[in-house]
Design a protein around this ligand. Sequence first.
Ligand code: AMP
Length: 305
Amino acid sequence: MSLLAVGTVAFDDIQTPYGHAKMAIGGAATYFSLAASYLTSEVRLVSVIGDDFPEETLNLMQGKGIDLQGLQKIEGGKSFFWAGRYHQDMNGRDTLDTQLNVLADFNPILPESYRTTPYVMLGNLTPGVQKQVLDQLEGQPNLIGMDTMNFWMDAALDELKEVIKRVDVLIINDEEARQLSGEYALVKAAAHIQKMGPRFLVIKKGEHGALLFEGDRMFYAPALPLAEVFDPTGAGDTFAGGFMGYISRTEDTSFENMKRAVIYGSAMASICVEKFSIERLKQLSLSQIEDRIQRFVDLVQFEQK
Ligand code: AMP
């Protein structure tokens, strides 16, 4: 089934202990839609770019079945730009620069054909833009997912809460869950956040995996221990793309299926970080993805005597 994604399509400047990628292709929606495109039939993108964004990447996305009708191109404008430097341990990172450019005046317009999309992902953006997308939907989608970050909790908490109230699954990291709830223990944070609206909550814990919550049910998926992580940029968005892509393919929003979706998200994220930027997401085969899923199964399976 089709899946609508709103978020950034961007240039990134990334420094990791393995190197420095300048003007690399990035953006939350880029990672999300590429990852999801391997799992579900039609990904519909809502975003904005300047006329500096390479045609080659747009062609790559279209070649993967990603619908770009909702991607606005501003003539004479510059695409969103983000620069970051990872710490030696690759877990923490510092944002060195964020230039909104064409995103500053982004007014998302959903093409008519997008308005009844059954699965929706609100990527990390201003809550105002996320709300504008929700307001243009006709009927109730089967599942609305959402990402956000500390920045919006500091800058626009009331508006953010309004959007959170309207979504089914919030996908955030542990630090964000703690800030949003004011609770340190993640189980308490999860209970608090679910009272704010979302029926499901996914808390990503980087190299320590991800937790899924629904009411008092909980599921834990590890991250695959890798010998080398070249670039963690986009891992969270790729996780969300794998997660939402799997749910929209299977059309099943039960807790049992969400568990599998968390594993698909973790598997796609583990592939993404093996090279810089979107490099690993350019050409994947289904058997490579299935092999990676099997490695997760092998990682946690054991015989109970
Ligand atoms: P992640 O590593 O999953 O947090 O996502 C990194 C991607 O998010 C990068 O490719 C950036 O272009 C994009 N990004 C960075 N800062 C922001 C922001 N404030 N809003 C939206 N997207 C951002």
